[in-house]
Ligand binder design. Structure first.
Ligand SMILES: NC(=O)C1=CN([C@@H]2O[C@H](COP(=O)(O)OP(=O)(O)OC[C@H]3O[C@@H](n4cnc5c(N)ncnc54)[C@H](OP(=O)(O)O)[C@@H]3O)[C@@H](O)[C@H]2O)C=CC1
Ligand SMILES: O=C1O[C@H](COP(=O)(O)O)[C@@H](O)[C@H](O)[C@H]1O
Length: 489
């Protein structure tokens, strides 16, 4: 079945259509789906926003954005098709009575509506009330929620309740854009389409796993938002736990949303709690200070624009996560993520156990373990480090460490790199929830993350400084060195 066979025509309503996310990601993603012919020909895109604009003015803004944010040259024919789908709706999301205008607009369109909440979560409840007030919620409609879903378990329950009063769970799509990344999706294929890995994916074969999500960017003008969150809430509670779940979950029965989400949830629930009693040995938080990136001086977190110089917010986190279940007992998952690290570089390194006995002692005294490196971004690919004989007639067997390297850009040269939002938008249009996060997952992740954040608060643990352009505070090296291991650089 092609994607379009399962996709009914819909009204795609973007609340916050003139905001940053919509302009940079959502509209370009929809344009790319248009290029691929993946949007039902009768679907419309309704931009809802506060300012008064004519449709022509809205189209002009959208075209400017496409010119800016779509990497490839725009195709005139596709642009015309895309523009013909656009509708503009001036709306104050906090004024329920104004939603009757939206009802009039939607009355002339398709039966199924996709409501994309591209606004701050504090407004989700107001939008739901407005939609309800104008009788705009039907069983076949879908709602898309952007992150962050709260800043704690309590606030996430509150946001989820505000939406679930009006939409059922099977109508709700919670975005974690990491689930739309090609390389994150490829984890499923790597693990469950290759028996070499699926048969060796447990405590018997694996020594430990490292997950690094390093960013070279700093706060990029969003100090106010970021300072209330920090790297634990911004990256670990969501993206890193999603990656960890896909990496560690049991094989799902199939790829349905229900099967995949149940298995991911079990992983998060099995995470050993980190609290005030063990925080010092299990987690490290850091904050970047002045430093250098690619040869240029960059300010520290407390010297960024709009900064409050007393902030204790972390911009770096390293954690020794442990999954208390049959498969993973005794296998640490070391997580590390930070802003202003030397480069944008995200990867998973699976360290297998060493061979039990070395028969090559004469040429190699200490056989290294196999390492599987999954490069998430950039330079996406998969690399397996293994031992190999050096060809030659020498009487003594000479061996060396070598690698099998599958670089996606070399192997799939003709393929454009698909942005995560394109993939996720397509899944929303097709009504497939597999790549979206269930309420249970969000809440289980908050329980684990909250305990760490509370422990930092209780112990008064301040973030350790690290120079911008470095790999994090020295204590993150100690975190892993205590177990006689080291971060892969
Ligand atoms: N930007 C990004 O890259 C990412 C954003 N997100 C999330 O996506 C969501 C949107 O973010 P972002 O686009 O950056 O935010 P913006 O503030 O840029 O956009 C939000 C839009 O909502 C509009 N809005 C707010 N209140 C009302 C109202 N009462 N009535 C009508 N319109 C209103 C704003 O309009 P006005 O300007 O008139 O107030 C603004 O255009 C947030 O939850 C964010 O956390 C998640 C990941 C990445
Ligand atoms: O959600 C977020 O993700 C980005 C990192 O996303 P990536 O796709 O560039 O890896 C992060 O910079 C931002 O702070 C966070 O809110």
């Amino acid at each position: 079945m092609s994607n379009l066979d399962c996709q009914s025509a819909s009204e795609i309503v973007i609340f916050g259509a003139l905001g940053d996310l919509s302009r940079r990601k959502l509209l370009p993603a929809l344009y790319q789906l248009e290029v691929c012919g993946l949007i039902n020909e009768n679907s419309r895109i309704v931009g809802a926003a506060r300012p008064e604009h004519t449709l022509e003015e809205f189209k002009t803004i959208v075209l400017e954005n496409l010119n800016t944010f779509v990497k490839e040259q725009l195709n005139d024919e596709v642009v015309t098709r895309f523009m013909n789908r656009l509708v503009y709706q001036e709306l104050d999301f906090k004024d329920s009575s104004s939603f009757t205008k939206l009802a009039d607009t939607l009355a002339t369109g398709n039966d199924t509506r996709i409501y994309y909440f591209s606004t701050a979560p504090s407004i989700f409840g107001d939008i739901c009330k407005g939609l309800h007030h104008a009788d705009l919620i039907q069983d076949q409609d879908r709602v898309v929620m952007e992150k962050p879903i709260g800043h704690s378990l309590e606030s996430s329950i509150d946001i989820n309740n505000q939406v679930s009063d009006y939409f059922k769970e099977n109508q709700t799509y919670r975005i974690d854009h990491y689930l739309g990344k090609e390389t994150v999706l490829n984890l499923l294929v790597l693990r469950f389409a290759n028996s070499l890995f699926s048969n060796n994916w447990d405590r018997d074969s694996i020594d430990h796993v490292q997950i690094t999500v390093a960013e070279s960017v700093g706060i990029e003008g969003r100090w106010g938002f970021y300072d209330g969150a920090g790297q634990m809430r911004d990256m670990v509670q969501n993206h890193m736990l999603q990656v960890l779940s896909l990496l560690a979950m049991e094989p799902p029965a199939d790829l349905s949303a229900e099967s995949v989400r149940i298995e991911k949830l079990k992983v998060v629930k099995a995470l050993k709690p980190i609290n005030k009693d063990n925080i010092k040995e299990k987690a490290v938080r850091g904050q970047y200070s002045d430093g250098f990136l690619e040869g240029s001086a960059v300010p520290g977190y407390l010297n960024e624009e709009d900064a409050n110089e007393n902030s204790n917010t972390e911009t770096f986190v390293a954690i020794k996560a442990e999954i208390d279940n049959w498969r993973w007992t005794g296998v640490p998952f070391y997580l590390r993520t930070g802003k202003r690290m030397p480069k944008k570089h995200s990867e998973i390194v699976v360290h297998f156990k060493k061979p039990p006995h070395n028969i090559f002692k004469d040429s190699y005294s200490d056989l290294p373990a196999n390492k599987l490196t999954i490069r998430l971004q950039p330079d996406e690919g998969v690399e397996l480090q293994m031992m190999n004989k050096i060809p030659g007639i020498a009487s003594q067997m000479r061996i060396q460490e070598n690698k099998l390297d599958l670089s996606f850009s070399d192997t799939y040269q003709d393929q454009r790199v698909v942005d995560a939002y394109e993939r996720l938008m397509l899944e929303i249009l097709n009504g497939n929830q597999s790549l979206f996060v269930s309420r249970d997952e969000v809440e289980a992740a908050w329980i684990w993350a909250d305990s760490i954040i509370d422990a930092w608060k209780t112990t008064g643990e301040s973030p350790k400084p690290y120079a911008a352009g470095s790999w994090g505070p020295v204590s993150s090296i100690s975190l892993i060195a205590r177990d006689d291991r080291q971060w892969v650089e």
